[in-house]
Design a protein around this ligand. Structure first.
Ligand code: R5P
Length: 301
C-alpha cells in the first residue's frame, strides 16, 4: 500500500488559474473531445491547416494521380496536417502510424455517371470512432437537385458527431450550372454553419471571398479544385488565407503537380509561414530542382 500523501504545500496562491479561449473561430463552446480533434486538423500555433484531399475515388474511381495511393500519396503524408479520404483507402493503404488528423469522407452513393447530389450517408458513426478519425466530411448541395437530402445527411451527422465528440466538415458542392459567386457561397456556407457544421470547405472566389468568411461563424478552408499552374494555385491559397481562410483542403493541385512533395511544402509555406506567392513559387522550383537532381543521381548510380 502506498504511503499516504502528506498535505500538499504549494498552491501557487499568487498565480491565477488561466482560462483560455479556444483558438478556432466559433469553436469555444465545443466539448473537450471536439476541440482536441480539431487541434489534430488545425495547427494550434498558426490556427491553420493543410489538408490533403485524396477522396476523389468515392465518386470517380482511380483519378489521375491517385491510381496508386501507396506509391504517389504516402510520400506526401508527412507534410499534410490532415488527410481527407475514404475508409477504404484508410484501411487498405494508410499506415496506422500516421499521426496527423484523418478527415473521413462520410457521404456517397452516386458515381460520376449519375446525379451527384443524390448522396446518402456512407459511414456509420461507430466505424468513425473505431477508426479514431478527427472529423467526418459530408457534401452539401445547396441549390442542387437533392439539396434537402444532402442537408439532412449533414444534420444527421452533426447530431451523431456531437454525441461522440466528432466534428463535421461540410463541403459545399457547386453544380455545373451554378454561378461561383460570393452571394452563392455566403448562402451555402451560412446554411451549413447555421445547421451545425463545425467547419466548412468552399471555393475561393476573387471577388467577395472575405464576405463569405465574415458571414460564416465557423472556420472555412479553401477547396482546391481542378489543376491550375503551381503559381496560380499558390496565389489562390495566399489570397484565401489573407482574406481569412483557416487553411486549404487541396488535392489535384498537389498530387497532380509534376513535383508533388515540393508543391505541398510550398503550400505549407503559404499557409503556416505566410510566404508570399512569389516566395512560395521560388521554394517550389528550388525543391523541385533538388528532387529531380536526386532522382537523376539515383538512376545513374
Ligand atoms: C469532392 O467534392 C471532394 O471533396 C473531392 O474529391 C476532393 O476533396 C476535391 O479536391 P480537389 O478539388 O482539391 O482536387
Amino acid at each position: 500500500m502506498p504511503e499516504a500523501d502528506k498535505e500538499g504545500k504549494d498552491y501557487y496562491l499568487d498565480i491565477p488559474v488561466t482560462c483560455e479561449g479556444f483558438f478556432l473561430k466559433g469553436s469555444n463552446s465545443l466539448d473537450w473531445g471536439m476541440k482536441n480533434r480539431l487541434s489534430r486538423i488545425f495547427n494550434p500555433e498558426t490556427g491553420r491547416t493543410v489538408m490533403l484531399a485524396i477522396d476523389h475515388g468515392y465518386f470517380q474511381g482511380p483519378t489521375t494521380g491517385l491510381e496508386r495511393v501507396d506509391v504517389n500519396i504516402l510520400p506526401l503524408a508527412p507534410y499534410a496536417d490532415t488527410l481527407m479520404l475514404t475508409r477504404g483507402i484508410l484501411r487498405t493503404t494508410i499506415p496506422p502510424t500516421f499521426t496527423g488528423g484523418i478527415v473521413l469522407r462520410a457521404s456517397g452513393g452516386p458515381s460520376i455517371l449519375k446525379e451527384l447530389s443524390n448522396e446518402q450517408l456512407a459511414v456509420d458513426m461507430e466505424d468513425a470512432v473505431r477508426l479514431n478519425v478527427a472529423a467526418l466530411a459530408v457534401q452539401v448541395f445547396i441549390g442542387g437537385e437533392y439539396e434537402t437530402q444532402s442537408v439532412h445527411n449533414m444534420t444527421r451527422l452533426v447530431d451523431t458527431g456531437t454525441r461522440y465528440g466528432i466534428p463535421i466538415l461540410a463541403v459545399t458542392a457547386v453544380g455545373k450550372d451554378m454561378a461561383r459567386e460570393a452571394r452563392y457561397f455566403r448562402l451555402a456556407c451560412r446554411i451549413c454553419a447555421e445547421l451545425g457544421a463545425h467547419y466548412i470547405k468552399t471555393y475561393y472566389i476573387p471577388d467577395g471571398f472575405e464576405t463569405v468568411i465574415a458571414s460564416c461563424p465557423v472556420p472555412i478552408v479553401m477547396a482546391g479544385g481542378k489543376k491550375i499552374s503551381e503559381l496560380d494555385a499558390l496565389t489562390m491559397s495566399y489570397n484565401a488565407i489573407q482574406e481569412g481562410a483557416a487553411g486549404v483542403d487541396m488535392g489535384r493541385n498537389i498530387f497532380q503537380s509534376d513535383a508533388p512533395v515540393a508543391m505541398i511544402k510550398a503550400v505549407r509555406g503559404v499557409v503556416h509561414q505566410g510566404l508570399k506567392p512569389k516566395q512560395a513559387y521560388e521554394l517550389f522550383l528550388e525543391l523541385k530542382a533538388k528532387s529531380k537532381g536526386m532522382k537523376k543521381a539515383g538512376r545513374t548510380k
